[in-house]
Design a protein around this ligand. Structure first.
Ligand code: C2E
Ligand code: MG
Ligand code: MG
Length: 752
């Protein structure tokens, strides 16, 4: 309001000193100072006094307002004013104080520093107002000598700068927190890498920068790093590709970062290091337009150390996901993933029936892969599987989905017209070159048309498996389409398996005994124990039906032991009844026979029941005698040492060679029922029975005919030299008490 008050020392300096040219209000590097005063002289003396002031290397630029109203308007526009030198009394006695309130409350500007000046000491605001409105200084104009003004403005500018730095870090920290929260929500490593580049660039103050993010498995010494994300000038590097470690530019910077395990802040780029605990390390490179100030560096360091943990977790998760859904050898989807893919396809059918419905699922089984693997080693086997995967991928239609769902089972899924079984098998016509050797493998296929399938992906895969098994058992190197009938049959078998298991536990199994006789005297000398199963509803399930299921499920091991003990116990009862030279024949299936515990089981059963081994005969089938001759010979010898004897059941149906038979320590051949029936029922007559009898005689083996149904068969067999027989002619299989009855009440007398 008024000119500076009476002269003081300082004022001389005002006049004497030549002021430095005041920098323009537009100088971007200058501190902006707003002078608000209705006295034009104050404006000029102030700019004159402060014109040479330099704070932290920056000069001052002045803005001028001559009323509180003008100052308001100006402050609305200008956001980076550092200091306001404000006159208290202008339009009104407290216009300056009103402006202060406006600045703090309405404009919400708290960084701006305010120095109040007044010409009249009586207009001094109260201390409360000074504190409440965060006013830096309050002086009467007469008090404000040049030096004091200088000091007051310089310290106000310093305060302004500090407030700004704090505000910038607060904002930066909020940014870091937000960026972290955003990135932590991501679950894929690729998505997270892209997010890290974006957020790091933003924290560096330059959105949309060129950047590159890599993961490193083999440490800094690795030949290269996997590119996870790339943008800007680096966009040429495809995610998933490799960044060679020897390169310069970003590659060199990343090498230095991984090597030194630290961030690098250079003038033209920055790199961030993310150390992984459980997994590999990561590094990000970002191009910079200008060097970073210390605040931004600090924020980026904070950001990197926070994000490293999350990155590590996501990497681990990604690995787990890969392991759960992909085959590590070929990188193809595994069974779990394939089921998902089929389900996705089936879901698509539900939405759009025209599409996908025609899809076919085809399993490709490599014939005799296990043998190749065993003979040439697993490394060779792996190489072969890789070669097969590569060939399938290269030669099959690119839209077909490939998978590997078992050690030697691949899968193709896709449109029916592209899944041609003949064409797929033809892919195996040329040999595979493995470790310099040509390997020829053929394949067997099992297929399912998804259109004909009404179940889940897992069911479709099971059906394809069924078709494959059928193809393998029918014709190796062929193919088979699944049909509904097959599924029904299999499901019935599974049902039966469960029923058998619980039936056995509930005592539904029992033995029937079919007598064996000497043809000459019709005198019984033994019996064959035959397994029976009566289900809850009283139905008898034929052994030909449930025994293969017991074998297939392994249940035969338990059941077989039970049969043997049961038969031994029955033998002991018969002996107690006086039938001392009676022999018990027990059927033993192949699965039992091969079981490592079989011999111990046999010994224990004999010991526990007290059955004399020389009165027990085990029946093994001829087909079993054909497989793994050396193992069989050894096994038979060991069994013989326990004292039991051995018969070959269903003899004549297999292809035993004479020389082989000689090496087997067996005691008896059982002529198969088919050849006995032939004697009277076919043109071939008794020729095969005759041969078997002759063979037995030559080898010194006992001969028994089974399935003898009529007197003529018995007579012819006897005439041919077969002394023993079993069949409906003599007796059907009998319950224990029936057997005793059948054997006759005179047994005791006979034995005596
Ligand atoms: P297998 O050992 O050749 O048993 C002889 C089969 O011929 C029995 O059938 C018997 O009832 C039947 N049979 C006996 N005489 C005649 C006849 O004059 N005419 C006709 N048409 N059939 C006759 P089953 O009891 O149905 O047994 C079938 C097969 O089941 C047995 O053939 C055997 O391989 C297997 N089996 C039975 N019990 C057991 C067992 O406890 N363990 C094992 N592993 N297999 C068993
Ligand atoms: Mg038998
Ligand atoms: Mg038989």
């Amino acid at each position: 309001m008024s000119a500076p008050t009476p002269a003081q020392d300082d004022e001389l300096v005002f006049v004497d000193e030549a002021p430095a040219a005041p920098s323009g209000a537009t100088d971007p590097g200058a501190w902006r100072v707003l002078i608000v005063d209705d006295d034009a002289d104050v404006h000029s003396t102030t700019t004159f006094a402060l014109g040479s002031l330099v704070v932290h290397g920056r000069r001052l630029a002045f803005l001028h307002a001559y009323s509180a109203a003008e100052a308001r308007a100006l402050l609305e526009r200008e956001t980076d004013v550092a200091v306001v030198l404000l006159d208290v009394v202008m339009e009104e006695a407290d216009a300056g104080l009103h402006l202060v309130r406006h600045i703090r409350e309405t404009l919400d500007r708290h960084d701006l520093r305010i120095i109040l000046r007044t010409g009249q000491p009586g207009y001094a605001p109260e201390m409360d107002a000074i504190r409440g409105y965060d006013i830096n200084d309050y002086r009467t104009k007469s008090e404000l000598t040049r030096t004091k003004l200088y000091t007051a403005v310089a310290s106000a500018i310093r305060a302004y700068e500090q407030i700004h730095a704090l505000e910038a870090s607060r904002r930066g920290l909020a940014e870091v927190v937000r960026a972290n929260a955003e990135l932590m929500a991501l679950r894929s490593i690729g998505g997270m890498a892209n997010g890290i580049l974006r957020e790091a660039a933003r924290l560096a103050g330059q959105p949309a920068a060129s950047g590159l993010m890599c993961s490193c498995l083999g440490g800094a010494q690795a030949a290269g790093w996997q590119v996870l994300a790339a943008g800007g000038d680096c966009a040429g590097l495809a995610p998933g590709g490799m960044l060679p470690a020897r390169g310069d530019g970003p590659a060199a910077a990343i090498r230095a970062t991984l090597d030194g395990r630290r961030h690098v802040f250079a003038d033209t780029y920055l790199t961030l290091y993310f150390g992984g605990k459980a997994h590999c390390d990561f590094a990000a490179w970002i191009a910079l337009e200008r060097p970073l100030d210390p605040l931004r560096r600090g924020l980026l360091e904070l950001f990197a150390s926070n994000i490293a943990v999350g990155l590590d977790n996501v990497a681990l998760l990604t690995d787990l996901q890969r392991a759960a859904f992909y085959d590590p050898l070929t990188g193809l989807p595994n069974r779990t993933r394939l089921v998902e893919l089929i389900d996705e396809g089936l879901a698509a059918v539900a939405i759009d029936a025209a599409d996908k419905a025609g899809d076919v699922l085809c399993l490709i089984d490599l014939d005799h892969f296990a043998e190749i693997n065993d003979a040439l080693g697993h490394q060779f086997g792996d190489a072969l599987l890789l070669a097969v995967a590569r060939r399938l991928r290269a030669l099959l239609h690119p839209r077909l989905q490939l998978a590997r769902i078992g050690s030697d089972i691949f899968c193709v899924l896709g449109e029916a017209r592209q899944v041609d079984p003949e064409a797929i098998r033809a892919l195996f016509a040329a040999p595979f070159s493995i470790e310099g050797q040509d390997v020829q493998v053929s394949s067997t296929l099992g297929l399912v048309r998804l259109l004909e399938h009404d179940g889940s992906g897992a069911d479709a895969l099971k059906d394809a498996d069924i078709a494959l098994k059928r193809a393998k058992s029918r014709q190796r190197g062929g193919h088979f389409y699944f049909s509904r009938g097959m599924g029904v049959e299999i499901r019935e078998r599974v049902r039966l398996m469960h029923a058998l298991r619980s039936g056995f536990a509930r005592g539904q199994l029992f033995l029937a005994y079919q007598p064996q006789v000497e043809l000459a005297a019709h005198r019984p000398f033994g019996a064959e124990a035959l397994l029976r199963w009566r289900t809850e509803d009283g139905r008898l399930v034929p052994p030909d039906r449930f025994i293969p299921i017991a074998e297939y499920s392994g249940l035969i091991i338990e059941i077989g032991e039970w049969v043997l003990r049961q038969a031994c116990a029955e033998l002991m009862r018969l002996r107690a009844a006086g039938h001392l030279d009676f022999t018990m024949s027990v059927n033993v299936s192949q699965v039992q026979f091969r079981h490592p515990g079989f011999l111990d089981m046999l010994r224990a059963a004999l010991l526990d029941t007290g059955a004399p081994p020389e009165r027990i005969e085990l029946e093994i089938t001829e087909s079993m005698a054909m497989e793994e001759p050396d193992l069989l010979i050894e096994r038979l010898a060991a069994i013989k040492r326990t004292g039991v004897s051995i018969a070959i059941d269903d003899f004549g149906t297999g292809f035993s060679s004479l020389s082989y038979l000689q090496r087997l320590q067996v005691d008896r051949l059982k002529i198969d029922r088919a050849f006995v029936t032939e004697i009277t029922g076919s043109a071939r007559g008794s020729s095969i029975a005759e041969m078997v009898i002759e063979l037995g005689r030559n080898l010194g083996l006992s001969i028994i005919a089974e399935g003898v149904e009529d007197e003529r068969q018995a007579q012819i067999l006897q005439a041919l030299g077969c002394p023993l027989a079993q069949g409906f002619l003599f007796s059907r299989p009998l319950a224990p008490e029936q057997l005793l009855e059948w054997l006759g009440a005179d047994a005791l007398t006979r034995a005596a």
